[in-house]
Structure formats: C-alpha cells, structure tokens
Design a protein around this ligand. Structure first.
Ligand code: C5P
Length: 233
C-alpha cells in the first residue's frame, strides 16, 4: 500500500527563516526535507528542533564517498532519529551496503535509506556529454535503482516521470521519492525532468518533494494544501 505524502524542501539559509516558515502551518505538520543549504547553515540542532515540533524529517545530504566514510557518517545521522536519509547510487553497491550497515541501530531499527539515481536537473544530453555515461537516462536510472535494491536499500530518488519504470523493475514496494514537481501553471526553474502533483499520483510515486512551488508561493500553506489535494488525497 502506498504511503503517499508531500515532503516540503526547506531550502532556507537559516534556522530563523525555517522556523518562521514552519510557524505558518498551524493546523498540520508537513513532512519536511532538510537539505545541504539548511544543514550547513544551521547544523544538527535544526534537525532536533524540527523533530521536536513533531515533523517527520528527510535528511537530504546525498552522501557519496568511500564506503568506510559513508558507513561511519550514516551511523552519526542514524542517531539523529530522522525518518529518511539518502546517498548517491553512483557511489557503488559496496558503498550503499556499507551505508546501510552504518545506519542500522543496535536494535535493528533505522531510517529509510534512499539512493539518488540521476539528479532531476540533469538532462540525458548533459549526462552523456559531461559524465560520459554511454546509455539512455532511463536505462541509467533503472540500472542504479536495481543496484540500490541489490544493496538492500528501500528505494530511490528520481523524477516522477521515471517512478513507473522503477516500480516495474524493482517492485511496487520499492519506494520512489520524487522531486521535479511543478504546478501546471507554475515556473520550472532549474529543474528539467518535471511533472505536476496530479500526474505524479497517476504514475504511482510514493513521495513528492516540493520546494520553491511552496516556499516561494505568496501563500505557502495554500500551495502545500493544493499539492496534498492533487497528490495525496
Ligand atoms: O525547489 P524545488 O521543488 O526544485 O526543490 C527540489 C528539492 O529536491 C531541492 O531541495 C533539491 O536539492 C532536491 N533534489 C532534486 N533532485 C534530486 C534530488 C534532490 O531536486 N534528484
């Protein structure tokens, strides 16, 4: 059964701005994504503070390093009691297995671990020319998703447009977390592989990650509720 939910990307540069933003949500506690910008600006304290307010947290630090470093870093993140964290599948199956080991607590519990396939800002042309990956972007994403599954991870980050083929290759239970979401009447910005919350629901993704369409809206709470109505209800 899908656990469909909207995750708000809190891409802010300070604790104060973030908490002021979250204060607007008086009648609900959205699932929140803390990415590099906020984590580097506000440190681990911001994770504790948002958790204490009752939000679920996706800690989006996209680890990518040698297996031992990733394993030890994941052990630190695991102690922060977040609900979801991630790494780059490009780090290899060995790195993903090490990450899972590091993340698993002594009692066997752990946050969900999700692998980034190809960033939703990357086009097939840039992937082939800049990264010298001699395959289609869809084949690359499915291959990385299969690697993540083999390593024992829970799912992948990809565009909602790719969620269907990932589920076909890795099973319906394999979680898809999908940024690159825009309202039909909204701006695309630097994202390339985008679609709407309603279409993401039809394709069958589990979580959509929405940043600027909510954080930069005149009324962020209304924008969040519009996302929830289109995607999760
Ligand atoms: O503002 P926007 O809706 O584009 O925000 C999308 C968020 O998802 C950003 O925080 C970005 O870092 C993150 N993300 C992404 N593509 C990925 C992985 C994460 O856009 N593949």
């Amino acid at each position: 059964m899908s656990q469909r939910d909207v995750i708000i990307a809190c891409d802010f540069d300070s604790k104060e701005t973030t908490l002021a933003f979250l204060d607007k949500f008086t009648d609900c506690k959205p699932f929140v994504k803390i990415g590099m910008e906020l984590y580097y600006a506000a440190g681990p304290e911001i994770v504790k503070e948002i958790k204490a307010r009752g939000h679920k947290i996706f800690l989006d630090l996209k680890l990518h390093d040698i297996p031992n470093t990733v394993k030890k870093s994941m052990a630190v993140l695991s102690r922060m009691d977040v609900d979801m964290c991630n790494l780059h599948a490009a780090g290899t199956i060995e790195m993903m297995k090490a990450a899972l080991e590091g993340l698993t607590r002594e009692d066997g519990t752990r946050p969900l671990l999700i692998a980034v396939t190809q960033l939703t800002s990357t086009s097939e042309e840039r992937m082939q020319k800049d990264l010298l990956i001699n395959a289609s972007i869809n084949d690359t994403i499915v291959h990385y998703a299969r690697n993540a599954k083999e390593a024992g991870l829970d799912g992948v980050v990809c565009s909602p447009l790719e969620a269907g083929m990932v589920k076909e290759a890795c099973g319906q239970e394999f979680v898809t977390v999908t940024p690159g979401v825009r309202f039909a009447d909204g701006e695309v910005g630097d994202q390339v592989r985008v679609t709407t919350p309603a279409r993401a629901k039809e394709i069958g993704t589990d979580f959509i990650v929405v940043g600027r369409p909510i954080t930069k809206a005149d009324d962020p709470v209304a924008a969040y509720k519009r996302c929830m109505a289109e995607f999760a209800e």
